[in-house]
Design a protein around this ligand. Structure first.
Ligand SMILES: Cc1cc2nc3c(=O)[nH]c(=O)nc-3n(C[C@H](O)[C@H](O)[C@H](O)COP(=O)(O)OP(=O)(O)OC[C@H]3O[C@@H](n4cnc5c(N)ncnc54)[C@H](O)[C@@H]3O)c2cc1C
Length: 433
């Protein structure tokens, strides 16, 4: 890993521009403002917009998400998933020329127990205590009801299927995650009406969920505005640089002058990185949701179907089923068949609930900004002084936002942050997509 260019920290009261008003950017802007900086949040979309991935996610704030997506033996399961038209994974062949290198590195990153273990311990600080951090933020923003602390359920067909996941549970244990197991009778008591297919479960009492991720981001933005963060609309399309130091951000023909910028633009960080000469090798793992209106308490707590790889979350706007991973060429239109699969899974998982046809449910597609090593990109630009990245959170951007903001706050303040080494953008210096 190369060291970042020498950069004197911006003084308190420095002019900072945060690019991107998703969960990550808004949380960072709020935190930096509290540290006394002059913060402008510049984004193509308004906070809470449906266009941001932060709008439509499953809302899980799970300490158990330390288990990386890339795990030993994953490569053996992938062909089966791909051959199953109703399965949780789809790869459009036309995307392969652009992503094959990323895919190889992704499969390799968790291919041994030692590697998966290293990823899990690097993810832990984002997840442990995340429910507390989000609850405090939501309370301050006047929306305490949006962070619900009812625990989380991961359900399995039977105990043997749970035991087959033993390494994942071992990683959770090693990282301080607490859970208890439930047999069918206990599961029925906690989550009535679940399909009889599910005979065993793990319950994570410290897990929580956000009951309206878009509304939550919008509420945090309102709080940030009240605390003095400036908001500007606009798509960033260039930078003003002087002798390797950023001096301004270009957006729609105007320049916003600044001392430092934080690129928190989700998938958009890849293009912004290339404008600066940095490699931010993000690939979109596209995901979908369907939301059945009028069923806000159904099920009573979030449930992950381990076999079908999707989650059901009770949201204020209805019951949301979220999941699927689709690799498609950039800009390709959504394939709503993926959302229909989620609707079928939902019917299957909760057979007693009356659910109308596809036209009666809300549906959405978003881009998980994913790195080839399952870890986010947080830290200084290898090429340009005054530029910091905060992106690449993949499946975990909502839960990870507060800890990301704390790391960025320390970096901007000039601290060395040794525990952020695994997220250093410089690790991708020689990896270009
Ligand atoms: C189906 C699904 C389920 C998920 N479930 C969960 C979950 O349960 N828990 C969890 O923690 N995570 C979950 N995630 C992942 C999570 O949603 C993302 O990691 C997170 O939303 C990323 O947030 P972000 O702020 O980095 O990006 P975004 O929310 O995408 O925001 C990026 C912002 O940057 C702006 N932008 C981009 N480019 C530019 C530019 N050039 N100029 C100006 N602005 C720009 C965009 O307009 C947007 O507002 C899920 C994702 C999906 C798809």
């Amino acid at each position: 890993m190369s060291s970042p260019p020498a950069s004197s920290p911006p003084a308190q009261g420095a002019r900072l521009v945060v690019i991107g008003a998703g969960a990550v950017g808004v949380t960072i802007a709020l935190h930096l403002r509290r540290l006394g900086h002059d913060v402008t949040l510049l984004s193509s979309d308004a906070p809470g917009s449906e266009n941001a991935t932060s709008y439509g996610n499953a809302g899980w704030l799970s300490p158990g998400s330390v288990v990386p997506i890339s795990m030993p033996g994953m490569w053996k399961k992938v062909p089966g998933y791909l051959l199953d038209a109703q399965g949780p994974l789809r790869l459009r062949p036309s995307s392969l020329p652009h992503i094959w290198l990323w895919l190889l590195r992704f499969v390799a990153c968790g291919a041994t127990r030692a590697r998966a273990r290293a990823i899990a311990s690097a993810l832990r600080p984002f997840l442990a205590g995340a429910a507390d951090r989000h609850a405090a933020l939501a309370a301050e923003a006047g929306v305490p009801e949006l962070i619900q602390r009812k625990g989380l359920l991961i359900v399995y067909p039977d105990e043997a299927a749970y035991r087959a996941d033993a390494f994942g549970w071992q990683l959770r244990r090693e990282n301080g995650v607490r859970w208890n197991t439930l047999d069918r009778a206990a599961l029925e008591a906690v989550c009535p009406g679940l399909s009889p297919r599910y005979g065993f479960a793990a319950q994570l009492p410290d897990g929580a969920h956000c009951a309206d991720p878009g509304g939550y981001v919008a509420a945090l933005a309102t709080l940030a505005r009240a605390q003095g963060v400036h908001f500007a609309d606009g798509h960033v399309d260039g930078f003003v640089l002087e002798a390797g130091q950023v001096r301004g951000v270009r957006s729609s023909g105007r320049v916003v002058a600044c001392d430092s910028i934080i690129v928190a633009a989700g998938m958009g960080a890849r293009a912004l990185g290339s404008m600066l000469g940095d490699s931010v090798p993000l690939v979109s793992e596209r995901g979908y949701h369907v939301q059945v209106p009028g069923l806000a308490e159904e099920p009573p707590l979030p449930v992950m179907m381990s076999d079908l790889k999707f989650g059901i979350t009770p949201m204020t706007g209805g019951m949301r089923a979220a999941g699927q991973v689709e690799f498609a060429p950039e800009g390709a239109p959504p394939d709503w068949r993926r959302a229909r699969i989620l609707l079928d899974c939902l019917r299957d998982g909760l057979p007693l609930v009356k659910i109308g046809g596809f036209s009666t449910v809300g549906h959405w597609m978003g881009n998980r900004p994913s790195t080839p090593d399952c870890l986010p990109v947080i830290g200084p630009s290898p090429s340009t002084r005054g530029v910091f990245y905060a992106t690449g959170h993949g499946h975990l951007g909502l839960v990870s936002a507060p800890w990301t903001a704390e790391l960025i706050g320390r970096m901007i303040g000039g601290d060395t942050v040794p525990e952020a080494a695994p997220y250093d953008p410089a690790r991708f210096l020689r990896f270009r997509l």
